[in-house]
Design a protein around this ligand. Sequence first.
Ligand SMILES: [Zn+2]
Length: 186
Amino acid sequence: MDSVQHWGAVRVYLGDKSGKYPDGNQVIVQGAELRVAFDTPLVANRIGPDFDEVDLVILGHVHEDHMAGLHRVPRAGVQVHEADLAAAQSWAGLCAHYGYAQPVLDELHGMIVADFHYQPRPDATAYTDGTVWDLGAGVRVRAHHLPGHTSGHCALVVESEGVAFIGDIDLTGFGPYYGDATSSLQ
Ligand SMILES: [Zn+2]
């Protein structure tokens, strides 16, 4: 079993290399009324009911390595910042998000289906900067729009626990990635 860490209502299942690409860390936030997953990295496929029975997935942004568990939770709601919504809803939207030439996209599609269980979520809905989710019993999450990595990239802050999920704002030797059509270093 993968390692799991607890901060009050927040559980973190560590990915294969503690969050390094391609396997992120799975954050699950448990309220009295709702259980929410932040993103769905590859490790989501190795957790079991704690992930498979979530009520809602809040995507901090859209990239293939953050959607790798969505195929397991077809009945859960999926929400994403409005600027990344089209990329979550369809392959055409994700193509525009990446912005590569079509032959590259064709090859990429096969790779992300094989390696990341890629499925679009046409049922996904949008949130905006400052959206608050009340999960029950005082457990509260707020979205902070921090664009750049993608145009819709957000930090998800569990205010009741003082925990910030900063997604792919990554201060490692690999560096933050700003190579997509909707990315902006500024
Ligand atoms: Zn990313």
